[in-house]
Each structure stands twice: as C-alpha cells, then as structure tokens.
Design a protein around this ligand. Structure first.
Ligand SMILES: Nc1ncnc2c1ncn2[C@@H]1O[C@H](COP(=O)(O)OP(=O)(O)OP(=O)(O)O)[C@@H](O)[C@H]1O
Length: 350
C-alpha cells in the first residue's frame, strides 16, 4: 500500500514521493526490502516551493553561536545568538518528546544556520536521533515548535507542504533497498518524481556516484558492497537532485552516526565526503558541494574533529552546551569536562 508523503528513500531525501504506508512512522525501516522498483510509471508532483538563498551569509559562510561556560541550560539558547535570524534554516524551540513514561526531550532549543556544519553529541539514549527525526518531520514533538526557514511546521512532514528547504536524513544503516541496484537506489527519487529521461538520470547517477568516489558500481546490488561503500551510496542518494528544475532549494542533510561500524580509514573517507558535499567543500570531481548545512549525530571523536565546526551537547533532554568544536575540549563546564574526559560514548558521572 502506498501513501503520498514528503518523505523519501533510505538515505531519505525529504521531498515528496510515494512511499510504502507506515514509512514515516518507522524511519528505521524505511522500505520493505522486497519492494519492486517502480520505474517511471507513477510520477508525483513536487510540491516544494522555491525560496532564494539567504542574503546575509558571513565571510566564513556561517555565524556560530558561542556561549559562556556557566551551566544554565535553560538559558543557553538565548545567550550570544546573533540578532539577525534570516540565515536560520531550522530552529527547534522548546521541543519536548516522550515515549510513554520516558521523557526524552525536555525543552530543546537550537538553530541551524545556512552554511553550518553542526554536530550533536551526548550520552547514549539522550535523544540525539530523536531530534534528527523531529527535524526531518518523521516524529512530531509533544511540545514546542520546529521552524523551517521561519515557517512553523505543523504535524509531520507527510501532512503538509514543505517549502523552501529540502531536508535529507542519512540513516546509520545506509538503508538501501536490497532488491534495487545501486543505480536504482541512487536515482530512486528522480525515477519516481522528476520529468528527467532515463538517460539523464543514468548520467546523473554516474556523476553523483563519482562525486562520492564510486565508479563502476551502478549495476551492483547493496549486498555486493562493503559497509563504507553502502554509506557512500546512501550519501549519493541524498545529494542527487533534479537538475532540470529551474530553482533548487537549499538542502540540509542530517546524518545519524554516519561512521558507526566503520574502521578508522573508512570513517575518515566518509567524514571527508560529508565535508566535500557541503557548500564549503569540493567533491571528488573538484566541484563545489551543494549541501547548504548539515547536522551530524555522532559518538566518534574523529567525526567531531574532521566533519563538524560547531557542537550541540545534549544531556538529559536539553542542549546544555553549544559552541565551536575546539572550544568543547577546553570548556570549563563541569558536565562537558566529564563527558570529554572519557570517550564521547562515556557515561557521565556526577
Ligand atoms: N519510537 C520509539 N518508541 C519508544 N522509545 C523510543 C523510540 N525512539 C526512541 N526511543 C527511546 O528514546 C530514547 C532516546 O533514543 P535516541 O535513539 O534518540 O537516543 P540517542 O541519543 O540517539 O542514543 P544513541 O546514542 O545510543 O544512539 C531511548 O531510550 C530510546 O529507547
């Protein structure tokens, strides 16, 4: 059974298309793996409106928020924020989320600005992935608001028209469709939604795979790829877009533990790829990246070091510290110190 949604495929690009019923509420299981490739038969309308990029990007491409180290989590989101918010792409304002008796998010506040590379870190189970799903519109918050380019989102992404921003979620598992080839996985959205010809899509898929350093794998099935290759294919799927459209909305990519399960060298490759597809980066073909901003949930030191500029530290349902990556390690905030002194996975002891 298919239902219309703004949510898409496994490295999930949140543009409108038809997905199997229930996908939006089960983001970890994006598709039935026995799903048959639909090809070009059922094309759907794209409903995204197009908005010009924000005009006020600083010379460094982004403006980060810095905070003092005094531990007052409830005030952190307001201290030191730039006054001008017109480059804010995504804002979580006082977001709450519970699962039954488990109160996971308890007033989360932060903004993601155009050009930013942001990491979310914190102890296990503190709600990092939950935040990504809320930003992506796969989960609705119980309280608070999510603003997409200043427009308050009501309900789930599948319930509404999204305009002005594409949001992609790259799952930890890569979430490729096992029964589809790499070409079909990467081109999935375009086959389903665009007016591009099959030849155009094939060429674009090949080019996009090359941009993430993969060549000659178009006809392979996911089972024939290594873990690192699967993540690259998922990344390719999340950055491909309809080149025949006159205006392309800026895109924010959300990565949920993109280097989990990879060896250090494969992790480095993925971390560099994340950088390379960003607007401040350069892809494997030497072209500038297209991703306006990204958010990475990670437990890996190397990912923090290599792939992000600013950090949000989530603890007990709140952002208790945010600042530039290099400031994290030297922070005098006692909670940050406790966390940073162990591994990033380490439990925090009071
Ligand atoms: N759909 C759900 N139903 C019930 N509980 C859930 C659901 N999604 C998440 N949780 C619970 O919410 C808590 C936060 O989960 P989440 O995956 O967001 O944490 P996390 O910080 O990303 O953890 P980790 O670092 O271990 O991946 C966990 O206790 C998890 O079991």
């Amino acid at each position: 059974m298919l239902t219309k949604s703004l949510v898409s495929s496994g490295s999930m690009l949140l543009s409108p298309l038809c997905i199997p019923y229930g996908y939006a509420s089960s983001p970890g299981l994006p598709f039935n793996n026995s799903l048959c490739f639909k090809g070009r038969k059922d094309q759907r309308n794209i409903v995204c409106a197009c908005v010009a990029p924000p005009p006020n990007i600083g010379s460094d491409g982004f403006s980060a928020t810095k905070f003092t180290d005094s531990y007052k989590p409830e005030e952190l989101s307001r201290i030191g924020e730039p006054e001008d918010d017109c480059d804010v792409l995504i804002e979580c304002r006082n977001v709450y989320k519970s699962f039954g008796e488990k109160h996971i998010l308890r007033g989360v506040n932060f903004k993601i600005r155009h050009g930013e590379a942001v990491g979310i870190i914190g102890p296990s189970g503190t709600g990092k992935s939950t935040i990504l799903k809320i930003i992506a519109g796969l989960l609705a918050p119980d309280g608070g608001e999510v603003y997409i380019r200043g427009k308050k989102r009501d309900g789930l992404i599948s319930d509404e028209e999204m305009s002005g921003l594409r949001i992609g979620l790259v799952f930890q598992s890569a979430a490729l469709f096992d029964s589809l080839t790499v070409r079909e996985n990467v081109g999935f959205l375009l086959y389903e939604n665009s007016s591009m010809s099959e030849e155009q899509i094939e060429d674009l898929v090949t080019e996009t795979l090359a941009a993430v350093g993969l060549k000659g794998v178009e006809d392979r099935l996911p089972s024939e790829l290594s873990g690192g290759m699967k993540k690259r294919v998922a990344l390719a799927r999340s950055i491909i877009f309809d080149t025949t459209k006159e205006t392309i909305e800026p895109e924010v990519l959300l990565y949920d533990e993109p280097t989990a399960g990879l060896d250090p060298i494969a992790s480095t490759v993925v971390e560099d790829l994340i950088r390379s597809v960003h607007i401040k980066g350069e892809d494997a073909l030497g072209k500038p990246g297209k991703i306006a901003s990204y958010v990475v949930v990670t437990h890996q030191h190397s990912t923090v070091r290599r792939a992000v500029d600013r950090l949000l530290f989530l603890h007990e349902g709140k952002v208790v510290w945010q600042g530039m990556t290099h400031e994290f390690m030297t922070s005098t905030n006692p909670i940050v110190q406790q966390f940073a002194s162990g591994s990033l996975d380490g439990p925090i002891k009071y």
